[in-house]
Design a protein around this ligand. Structure first.
Ligand code: PEP
Ligand code: MN
Length: 346
């Protein structure tokens, strides 16, 4: 249920509505638009509750939200959510490019990659310090040492950093270093983790689960939003299908669907979606053409020697080539490419 207040209603009118919701044992979330204040009612409200709300002063209308997710829905928040990290915006007209290795491996590896992706036009540096690996015998990441190396790379290049957090216990530590915390596909429904990242004041990028529907994904985002963190970014990274030519199947249609039903920014990850470096470029272009707010691309100085995800990692040259193809695609769909152009040229 969403309460739309009249334009110019008083603070007292708003308080009357929120008090009424409180007294009925329900929770609420207020969103201040340019002209209207919108109050989302959270929890199971009886249909009669709607009538009692409509009688209150300052209430324009009460809308029943048909979707099971409320705070993530466009009905609740008609305008796009924009997130700002150290001057880089995600979800506005500009396209955000997150790039870097799958895992931080050494100082030399992360610093050289950070410099190369920045020079090619990336706006955010990625790199995993805590790695969710299918086998316990594979490289698990450098842990806190990896976070320190990422901070070093941020200090030198000025690029904000995104890195994965795997357990509720690590959230505090990762949040000390990271500008954006990533919740990986395998943890999309780790509810204690979602609750915990919902209580921090930093942006969280939530990857789509390996076999999750769009609705399950948005309900996972709802967990974070309902804990009070409204800086949620979604990331389409491919889903499991019967196809074996690719690691996953990139669900391009998820991008315009998310744009239609939700206000949250959506990033496309063609690296994990395809698992093959030569498919990253075409899928990246398709994602931007479909309206993605940005890309997450794995880049490594020497993919053949990478400790994780080498087959899907781009070399520096291949990443630069991909970046050179983006401006005309972005321009064709009226996205702001000023920064892309400037960065590519400088
Ligand atoms: C990653 O970003 O390196 C990663 C492990 O991704 P996903 O959770 O999408 O598999
Ligand atoms: Mn990876």
């Amino acid at each position: 249920m969403i309460v739309v207040m009249k334009a110019g209603c008083s603070q007292d009118d708003i308080s009357k509505v929120t008090d009424h919701i409180d007294k009925s044992g329900l929770k609420y979330h207020t969103s201040q638009g340019i002209t209207h204040t919108i109050i989302g009612v959270l929890g199971q409200a009886l249909p009669e509750f709607r009538d009692t709300l409509e009688l209150l002063p300052g209430v324009e209308e009460v809308i029943l939200v048909s979707k099971p997710y409320k705070l993530a829905s466009r009905e609740f928040h008609p305008r796009d959510t924009t997130i700002n990290v150290r001057g880089v915006t995600i979800g506005d007209n500009e396209i955000a490019i997150m790039a870097g290795p799958c895992a931080v491996e050494s100082k030399q590896q992360i610093l050289s990659t950070a410099r190369a992706v920045k020079a090619a036009g990336a706006t955010i540096l990625r790199g995993g310090a805590f790695k969710p690996r299918t086998s316990p015998y594979q490289f698990q990441g450098l842990g806190e040492e990896g976070l320190k190396l990422l901070s070093m790379a941020r200090e030198e290049t000025g690029l904000p950093i995104i890195t994965e957090v795997m357990t509720p216990h690590d959230v505090e530590l990762v949040a000390e270093y990271a500008d954006i915390l990533q919740v990986g596909a395998r943890n999309m429904q780790n509810f204690p983790l979602l609750d915990r990242v919902g209580r921090i004041k930093k942006p969280v990028m939530l990857k789509r689960g390996l076999s999750s529907t769009i609705q399950e994904w948005l309900l996972a985002a709802e967990y974070i939003l309902s804990e009070g963190n409204d800086q949620v970014i979604l990331c389409e990274r491919g889903i499991r299908t019967f196809e074996t030519y690719t690691r996953n199947t990139m669900d391009i249609s998820a991008i315009p669907i998310i744009k239609r039903v939700s206000h949250l920014p959506i990033i496309a990850d063609p690296s994990h979606a395809t698992g093959k470096w030569y498919l990253v470029e075409p899928l990246a272009l398709a994602a931007i053409a479909s309206g993605a707010d940005g890309l997450l691309v794995e880049v490594h100085p020497n993919p053949d020697k990478a400790l994780t995800d080498g087959p899907q990692s781009l070399t520096f040259d291949n990443f630069q080539h991909l970046m050179s193809l983006l401006p005309p695609i972005a321009q064709a769909i009226n996205r702001d490419i000023t920064s892309l152009n400037t960065k590519i040229k400088s």
